[in-house]
Design a protein around this ligand. Structure first.
Ligand SMILES: Nc1ncnc2c1ncn2[C@@H]1O[C@H](COP(=O)(O)OP(=O)(O)O)[C@@H](O)[C@H]1O
Ligand SMILES: O=P(O)(O)O[C@H]1O[C@H](CO)[C@@H](O[C@H]2O[C@H](CO)[C@@H](O)[C@H](O)[C@H]2O)[C@H](O)[C@H]1O
Length: 456
């Protein structure tokens, strides 16, 4: 591996100044950019590390940059920038721009995750537990990382960016990074220690040490070869008019296995009146904000609010609930079915827009169950014609499968389940209004059902 350096203050200031106009254009267009809606006014450099010298044919920089949006410093993003004289045609979609001045004047800068050599450099750093400037790589000594694996970038990227190496490993590079323990590494590591086979065990990971704080930057894990995700599979079965009950039941069992392992690995808590109050307040605040943001939700808000006040009422009567660490953003797209038929769960980041501390709090497991129940409903309502009976059968099979392993059926606590399902549907209304307005009718159909009923 080439010699690597953390850039001096002067060099990095020059670098950032010349990159700023290009990044200001490019960053807001990325799928993973979280600050959509308000313009980026500037950047500050959090860390810059040269992984391949810029003077060579191919330069490579690892950057952590804070995007400023208005007066307050905004989110910190991880960028891997390649530097070349000119881009070969295969790298055209990766173009960020041509640098007009400064230390890289006349050269072309691009998103290096599209390129083979830079992604090989990352894997090599993980394999060799490299420490480069602020970057630190660590790995599970029990797992081997072979050399010579061919990288390819995943095009189905969502909140982050992923590279698959020879169908053996997948490296997820977090794009918006925050200091602290990241559940996307914390939970799979805890599950691996607990011997839970439902979640690929982290093979290696990279973080940055900055001012005494650690930022998780990426996680390498075994790639589930030939897997189909639950969303794709559900839509396929729906289109064929096929029953999905057996798969839904297996998914319920897999979810309960993961919950059982998480409860064994990490602290649990009891939620009584004092703890539930703030949780319910949060649900009501999210509902009010959503009803303001999406007018179509407004007429249903009073009826939806009863889902939350009913839960607060139970707590006031002295009911308690068990809380533990959960997935936090579970839906069919986070479930992978291997050709063997086994299900794996991925992406333990939680809802990325929520603060880390909130995402790491113990919560009732029904939060994940509600996410999956919503997902069956989503699949059924994106079919033409909608198939509510199919969703109802999947939801029942999922809860039965869950109960077989957990020993308790989520449907036996309808007030809790309705509150969490309502909270999720409200979140989805805002998500769709912001990202996919054509999909808004899907969560709105659930909103109508939830507003009209006081049970599952
Ligand atoms: N271990 C894995 N094996 C196979 N495919 C995976 C694995 N982990 C993730 N993927 C694929 O990568 C995609 C993105 O992963 P995910 O963790 O959900 O990232 P994001 O946070 O960007 O949504 C998933 O939808 C899935 O198709
Ligand atoms: O996968 P992400 O962590 O990025 O989750 C976000 O995007 C999801 C859509 O890609 C969104 O999920 C919603 O749509 C799914 C179908 O596309 C459906 O299966 C889910 O049940 C529904 O919530 C998710 O809410 C959002 O956080």
């Amino acid at each position: 591996m080439a010699e690597t350096v953390t850039l001096s203050g002067k060099t990095s200031a020059g670098l950032l100044a010349s990159l700023t106009p290009l990044l200001r254009e490019w960053l807001p267009r990325q799928r993973w950019f979280a600050g959509k809606g308000s313009p980026v006014t500037g950047f500050s450099l959090v860390a810059a590390t040269e992984l391949l010298p810029a003077e060579s044919r191919l330069g490579l920089y690892h950057l952590l940059v804070r995007a400023h949006q208005g007066a307050v410093p905004g989110d910190c993003y991880q960028l891997l920038l390649g530097v070349r004289e000119a881009l070969p045609p295969r790298l055209a979609p990766a173009l960020i721009g041509h640098v007009p001045d400064g230390p890289l004047a006349g050269r072309t800068v691009y998103d290096a995750l599209y390129d083979t050599r830079p992604t090989e450099v990352l894997l090599e750093a993980l394999r060799t537990r490299a420490r480069i400037g602020v970057l630190r790589c660590e790995r599970d000594p029990a797992q081997e990382i072979r050399t010579g694996l061919i990288p390819r970038r995943l095009t189905s990227e969502q909140s982050n960016s992923s590279v698959v190496y020879g169908d053996t490993f997948i490296l997820k590079l977090l794009r918006r990074v925050v200091p602290g323990t990241n559940p996307d590494l914390e939970l799979p590591l805890a599950l691996a220690r607990e011997g839970c086979p439902r979640v690929p065990a982290p093979t290696a990971w990279m973080h940055a040490e900055l001012d005494g704080e650690s930022y998780v930057l990426g996680v390498l894990q075994p790639y589930v070869q030939g897997a189909t995700d639950g969303w794709e599979l559900a839509l396929r079965e729906l289109a064929k008019g096929e029953d999905f009950g057996a798969e839904a039941r297996a998914l319920g069992r897999a979810t309960a296995e993961v919950h059982t392992a998480l409860a064994g690995a990490l602290p649990t808590a009891t939620l009584g009146h004092a703890q539930l109050g703030p949780l319910v307040d949060g649900m009501i605040e999210r509902l009010d904000a959503a009803a303001q943001a999406v007018p179509a939700l407004h007429p249903y808000a009073p009826a939806l609010r009863t889902a939350f006040t009913a839960l607060a009422g139970l707590a006031a009567e002295g009911h308690t609930w068990t809380a533990q660490r959960v997935h936090g953003d579970l839906h069919l797209g986070q479930c992978l079915r291997a050709p063997s038929g086994e299900w794996a769960l991925i992406d333990f980041e939680g809802e990325p827009a929520r603060p880390l501390a909130e995402r790491r709090m113990p919560q009732p497991t029904v939060r994940d169950v509600a996410g999956m129940l919503r997902s069956f409903d989503y699949a059924a309502h994106s079919a033409d014609p909608p198939a509510p009976g199919w969703a109802a059968a999947c939801r029942a099979a999922y809860c039965s499968g869950y109960a077989e392993v957990a020993g308790a059926d989520p449907r036996t606590d309808p007030v809790l389940l309705r509150a969490y399902e309502t909270d999720k549907a409200v979140y989805e209304v805002v998500y769709e209004a912001r990202h996919r307005p054509d999909w808004l009718p899907v969560p709105l159909s659930a909103i109508r059902r939830l507003a009209a009923s006081d049970q599952l």
